[in-house]
Design a protein around this ligand. Sequence first.
Ligand code: COA
Length: 384
Amino acid sequence: MTLALSSELAMPTPTAPQAYSPGLEGIIAGESAICQVDPNAGLVYRGYDVHDLAARSTFEDVAWLLLHGQLPTAAESEAFRQSLAAASPLPDPIKQALALFPKNMHSIDALRTGVSMLAPFDPQLDDNSHAANIAKSMRLIARVSSIITAAQRVRTGQEPLIALGENLPHPARFFFTLTGREPQAWQSTAMNTIFTLYAEHDFNASTFSARVTASTLADIYAAVTSAIGTLKGPLHGGANEAAIHVLEEVATPDRADAWVADRLARHEKIMGFGHRVYRTGDSRVPVMRNLLKQLGDQLHQPHWHANAGALEAAVLKQKGLYANVDLYAAPVLHLLGIPAELNTSIFAAARIAGWCAHVTEQHDHNRLIRPRSLYTGPAPRKLQ
Ligand code: COA
């Protein structure tokens, strides 16, 4: 819905009529050369279809593409992978701080705090030049994963394993340093697909908040800390943790219709469904759905795919809404043996690439992001 600003308000009037759209729906809030989201289920990173990237690229190449605008050469790709592995260790005070965090601290809160703590250890902290932002982006991509895996291991009474698997691709290293188990080929492939699909998504809420922060010329760590705070919410990144509980509650495909009817009758949202931009389905769903089918068959747990499919059909029939990527990512992560409370952090481990590309782009062409509100308060009045 678009409303015109009320001319009755006794406020300084803008020079031109302003459009208002609740939730900024449909508003073009800036220019970007990084990613294109097509409402009719297309997703393109720097001109490349995400389906092709998920099938044929590595996360390292995708991150490089997002940061630099073109795919790396083989030599650049390998050098970038090595740089990520080399930058993974955390400063000692941060490792010590992880041990002080409460044991019940959620992974995404530990990550937000950890990234904020990393800032003063970066030698280029307040340098917002393109070259410095690219260098800091590499360190952030490496260390966001390190904080997530180390915090989880410390929280569960285990030693952090940040240095493991220095010859592995980044998403496979994430798996190794989290679980302590060297990933098999299928686990590396699945992690790479998840990281690639979650790496970037245009002006979503967390990326936009990163850009707003960066637009004040605050540094990239401040911007990423804002982004992680925004990602936490269940309407955004938090949905992929909630989605696994939805599938567990539905339990069997024959219960899906009744379960959905009950939820909708109570006007409750169903996590893993709906999207602000996609109106005919989320472009990432077919890839993630295929991955779930493949892993479910391989691990003799086909019910996850069956339940998600039945739920999709029921929500589409009863509410006309399509599934988003979180509905399928949640059971894929479950089949990889990853605890659900890490789902949102894994989203962050991948999306850090997109956040960093957007912060760099914002700083390179900066103008302060400062919209206006539609005033709905009292008319001007005098103090008595
Ligand atoms: N479950 C049930 N109903 C939903 C819904 C969901 N997941 N998502 C949207 N709706 C309903 C709205 O209540 C509204 O119903 P109404 O017309 O009867 O009032 C209608 O569908 C249109 O939704 P809209 O308000 O346009 O959605 P939005 O663009 O403001 O919100 C989301 C988009 C993503 C926040 C929303 O779909 C949502 O909350 N989804 C669940 C969380 C989630 O999975 N987030 C991850 C996104 S990738």
